[in-house]
Design a protein around this ligand. Structure first.
Ligand SMILES: [Zn+2]
Length: 506
């Protein structure tokens, strides 16, 4: 009798463990699936060939301060560097010649906030959109490997790679966040030292601060990062703005991060007091911008994404139809039942899920309208006080399609109070200076990261989309090749879809 009882317990424990193991494996599979790795990677080398010597003739070149075009210029590019710019250059018989007559040459664009995840085709979407440099804001070892191989082959954009995000949870919660958020977690100084040393050794360019880090671990992170000579960038952790300004974190990943702090400061419901909040913000935003400037803190924009929340919440289908959905990795947009991080209806965490009463919906609508307006007010204050603003998209967050999203962002910035010249500066010179890289300007000795446009972007910022050629490393890709490349990425995506998207396409 006793034996039977023991056997029963053993069997049920074994079955229980087995089930737990299966759930864990399934969850792990789901978490990895949404990184987009399973989508076939297109053969990018078949769309571009290396051109060690290129001459662009008779072109309008954007001035280094982005204020005007210098007419009738000739450029000689050798092994991916600009070696000569002048008005009277002989035709170089050994070079690939590109006629720039009537066209506009701007520096390659930089998207200062992206998430490539494991979706390698995204790298080519950036180049197809004239984005020759990306700042990956939640790096992974795979991305460091991709960067290494691009440095050899030239077949991809330049990359600045921040570490996985930092969390400061103790105990089991720490393990949970490391697993589900692919984060780095520590809750004491010794572990922080170990983790930051490892981040540095792995080759990451910065430490990505995250919003839930407690004040003590924030302070310790900055101190250890300083000793290891690695910058801290990203979200504003659990400290107020006064503590943050002089903390030593020299970049904020979203204008939104600063704006959200002002909602905390306001202390009342902004859905119920929208006008009062916006009046408060109009004053407060100038004080904040002044302090950021004094403390040499740069800010990455992601304005377009904040504007999109309202539409994603209440009219998702129209929003999806307005973007280039076909090129986004299908596994990323389809998401997982584990959490609503996908893009499509039913999968999208921004969709309205509150009470189904007219009052509740109205309050939510007021909140998100006010939120978008607040982002514009804050952006304008940053611009007025000359805080360095870098254009960034948060690409691969719902509805931000890698590469394409940067052009949307430029349009949003130009509508938020930046001149077209300042807008282009925020996606070229500013990030180039921030990264201390010879990119972002058309200048002798600089990398030949450039985009040739059919129309003048200073007249209309939407002209950054009128791409004729993209120059990167020692490669050139033409409009026709870009078209073929995009088709090929679309085909690879279609092969890997579980949910048809026909009804959401343009
Ligand atoms: Zn992000």
């Amino acid at each position: 009798m006793k034996k039977l009882w023991v056997r029963r317990v053993l069997w049920s424990s074994a079955i229980g463990l087995c089930m737990m193991g299966c759930v864990f494996l399934w969850a792990d599979h789901e978490l990895n699936k949404v990184l987009g790795k399973s989508t076939r990677v297109v053969d990018f080398s078949s769309f571009t060939k290396s051109s060690p010597l290129v001459q662009i003739r008779n072109v309008n070149v954007l001035s280094e301060d982005c204020t005007h075009f210098i007419t009738n210029q000739n450029l000689l590019i050798k092994d991916g560097r600009i070696v000569q710019i002048d008005a009277n250059q002989q035709v170089n018989k050994d070079a690939t010649i590109i006629d720039g007559t009537g066209k506009y040459l701007i520096p390659g664009l930089v998207d200062s906030h992206v998430h490539v995840k494991e979706s390698k085709n995204d790298l080519f979407l950036y180049l197809a959109n004239g984005v020759t440099y990306i700042r990956e804001m939640a790096g992974r070892p795979e991305i460091l490997e991709w960067r290494k191989s691009i440095r050899k082959s030239g077949l991809g954009p330049r990359m600045f790679v921040a570490s996985p995000p930092i969390f400061s949870e103790a105990g089991l919660a720490g393990y949970y966040y490391s697993w589900t958020r692919q984060s780095v977690n520590y809750s004491n100084k010794k572990d922080a030292e170990k983790a930051i040393k490892k981040i540095k050794e792995q080759g990451y360019d910065a430490i990505k601060m995250y919003g839930f880090v407690n004040p003590e671990m924030f302070k310790i992170t900055i101190q250890i990062a300083k000793e290891n000579k690695i910058p801290v960038i990203g979200h504003i952790p659990l400290v107020d703005l006064e503590t943050f300004y002089s903390s030593g974190q020299n970049e904020v990943a979203h204008i939104e991060e600063i704006t959200v702090k002002t909602i905390d400061e306001f202390g009342k419901s902004i859905s119920k007091n929208p006008e009062e909040y916006l009046r408060f913000l109009k004053r407060r935003s100038h004080q904040i911008a002044k302090k950021l400037k004094e403390n040499k803190v740069s800010v990455t924009s992601t304005v377009w994404l904040c504007e999109s929340f309202l539409a994603q919440r209440f009219d998702l289908k129209s929003k999806l139809k307005a973007i280039e959905l076909r090129y986004a990795n299908p596994k990323i947009i389809e998401g997982t039942p584990l959490y609503k991080m996908g893009w499509l209806p039913g999968k999208n965490g921004y969709e309205y899920d509150g009470k189904d009463t007219p009052e509740a919906k109205k309050l939510s609508l007021t909140f998100w309208k006010t939120y978008a307006e607040a982002i514009h007010i804050m952006t304008k204050a940053l611009v007025d006080h000359h805080v360095p603003v870098m254009a960034g998209t948060d690409a691969n967050v719902a509805t931000a399609v890698p590469g394409f999203a940067l052009h949307d962002e430029l349009e949003s910035l130009s509508q938020s109070g930046m001149t077209n010249s300042q807008t282009i500066y925020s996606a070229t010179v500013e990030p180039g200076l921030w990264m201390k890289s010879k990119t972002g300007k058309i200048k002798t000795g600089y990398h030949s990261d450039m985009v040739l446009l059919a129309q003048n972007p200073l007249e209309d910022i939407r002209n950054t989309k009128a791409i004729e050629y993209v120059f990167f490393n020692n490669h050139v890709i033409s409009k026709t090749q870009i078209k073929m490349l995009l088709k090929s990425i679309e085909n690879a995506n279609n092969e890997n879809r579980n949910i048809e998207i026909g009804e959401y396409l343009k």
